[in-house]
Design a protein around this ligand. Structure first.
Ligand code: TXA
Ligand code: MG
Length: 329
């Protein structure tokens, strides 16, 4: 679980040779390739089964390197980087020429972040360049928060896995479109909207949350194999019980104020997870909970949305995506 300097050096060599390295960040594990090597980046897409139009995040070692990777750093982007890096914030800016178009899915913008994890920062320092890395999972499935998730899902498609233990944040970074001086949140994540608004003053738009409220618009993402249904918190137990009576193998994410012992009814379910009281613990555990339902063979998971403030915005976003319509098989 601890990663040695020798392993980090070896991993940097794998990147230089065009290989793929899975590494821990504070959010989730990433599947990294040299951001300037189109062939290596193509291997990332192949390993994930991800459409080539879906851009990756370029990880860099320090905010001071930002100008090497983007064309222009607006004042707001500079402020955000200074306040939140290293940390779970990704800035979308105009692409610098160094970044392979393969990494940006052909876009003229690039997503960049400085992760807050000693192993990730060690790797970036040893490698010296930018590391294009999506989350280290198959496309559409749940992001990995421990090294075993990566190994079981990607296997031989990855040349080396650096095992840094469990990720502390547990949901992905907040993605901010910072190409202009009126930034918007493209994906809620580890840095809260409130923290961004406190820094910049005024409100910051989160277009994605309003979009995903429209049913049927978004195919599922961040999803376990089990179908996920979202209901009001006070209905989780009754819905789960009704589904079990219909013959489903049911898992439930029980809101913390409904303790399993208080309900009795949940005893017949296949898997029950009591949602942690703290939102940070819920975010940290979320993907592990979803994987646990799959491990127990559940075909249906009943859950409710948390209050969408602080990290609750990211947790609710991932639950909505998990419950979204599935692409045709
Ligand atoms: O926490 C994280 O962000 C993790 C760790 C490994 O850093 N990475 C991650 O990467 O979640 P990925 O590839 O699973 O998600 C990156 C998201 C994608 O939804 C992609 O559409 C968006 O970033 N993205 C990347 N480049 C973009 C761009 N130029 N404009 C808009 N969105 C972009
Ligand atoms: Mg991902």
């Amino acid at each position: 679980m601890t990663v040695s300097t020798a392993e980090i050096e070896e991993a940097a060599g794998v990147l230089r040779a065009g290989g793929l390295v899975a590494f821990p960040t504070e959010t989730v594990y990433g599947l990294g390739a040299n951001a300037e090597d189109a062939a290596a980046v193509a291997r990332v897409f192949a390993a994930k089964g991800r459409p080539a139009s879906h851009p990756l995040i370029v990880h860099i070692g320090a905010a001071a390197q930002l100008a090497d990777w983007v064309d222009d750093v607006p004042a707001t982007a500079r402020l955000l980087a200074a306040r939140f890096w290293p940390g779970p914030l990704t800035l979308v800016l105009r692409r610098g020429r160094r970044v392979s178009l393969a990494a940006t899915g052909g876009l003229e913008t690039v997503a960049v972040r400085v992760p807050d994890h000693p192993v990730a920062l060690g790797l970036l320092a040893a490698f010296g360049g930018g590391v294009a890395a999506p989350s280290a999972n198959r496309f559409g499935s749940v992001s990995p928060t421990i090294a075993d998730h990566v190994r079981s899902e990607l296997g031989d498609a990855v040349d080396m896995v650096l095992d840094g233990g469990a990720c502390q944040v547990g949901v992905e970074s907040t993605i901010v479109d910072a190409t202009s001086d009126s930034p918007s949140v493209l994906r809620p994540g580890g840095v809260t909207r409130e923290d961004i608004e406190a820094l910049l003053g005024g409100t910051v738009a989160v277009p994605e949350t309003s979009q995903v409220r429209v049913p049927g618009q978004h195919p599922s993402h961040y999803a376990p194999r089990a179908r996920v249904v979202l209901v009001d918190p006070q209905k989780v137990v009754a819905e789960a019980e009704a589904a079990r009576e219909l013959g489903h193998r049911v898992g439930a994410l029980l809101p913390s104020r409904l303790s399993p012992s208080a309900t009795g009814a949940v005893a017949g379910l296949h898997a029950v997870v009591a949602v942690p009281d703290s939102m940070a613990a819920y975010a940290r555990g979320l993907y592990g909970f979803l994987r646990e339902f799959d491990r127990r063979g559940c075909d249906l998971v009943v859950a409710s949305l948390p209050v969408e403030t602080g990290l609750g915005l990211a947790v609710a976003n991932r639950l909505r995506r998990a419950a979204g319509p599935r692409p045709a098989a």
